[in-house]
Design a binder for this molecule. Sequence first.
Ligand code: ADP
Ligand code: MG
Ligand code: MG
Length: 258
Amino acid sequence: MGILEIKDLHVSVTDDETQHAKEILKGVNLTIKTGEIHAIMGPNGTGKSTLSETIMGAAAYQVTQGDILLNGESIVNMPVDERARKGLFLGMQYPAEIQGVTNAEFLRAAMNARRLEDDQISVMNFLKELDKNLDLLDMSEEMTERYLNEGFSGGEKKRNEILQLMMIKPSFALLDEIDSGLDIDALKVVSKGVNAMRGDNFGSLIITHYQRLLNYIVPDVVHIMMDGKIVKTGNAELAKTLEVEGYAGLRDDLDLDV
Ligand code: ADP
Ligand code: MG
Ligand code: MG
């Protein structure tokens, strides 16, 4: 059983031009256990990506208050690669293109980075696992022999991101706007991959602007974020209400001044 706890998290970024620090997250509380899928929805510019980037440890985001605990241990001062080794995964965390490294080489290195030295995955087992997941994601083997993300279309990048997820098997996956720019067929494939990961050893935070994705990946918990705070939490029905009422309706309901 794993647990990811966000406690009263305040995060600032420094504006490059003015050098002034601006507070983006203003006290976020969130607990995700393995076995659960949570969704965060919210208007643009509200801090959703800031939250996922901060959990993963991107340098631009300064934690000014609060804490992030992974299985009881504070990770706020850990470098990104250590967080990854401990079981966190952020979609789109990798550079757009890595020259000279094939997708397959990258995948095996990333899987082995999470394993002990005497437990590295054999080429045979790697290929077996790769084959299985390529099948499920309706991806061609040729994709894995190409250099990482080089010349991948938007849809191929997303599929590849889910392939990474399925191969690396993190305990917690932060998936930021995995639905953006996908046609309905690609959306179904991507959702199939995430749903295949569901289980006692996997938890996920799915960030999306639209409800559509949540028809395919039905979340256990839905949070609405506005102006750097979670303003409402509910079940999958909350996302549907939001689709009908819109964020403006929710603002009125909650009597929010944002
Ligand atoms: P969302 O994902 O909900 O659309 P973001 O977390 O991307 O929102 O952005 C929230 C706010 O923080 C925006 O005003 C954005 O301009 C600002 N912001 C995010 N990242 C940075 C950064 N690295 N530097 C400066 N401002 C940033
Ligand atoms: Mg965002
Ligand atoms: Mg904000």
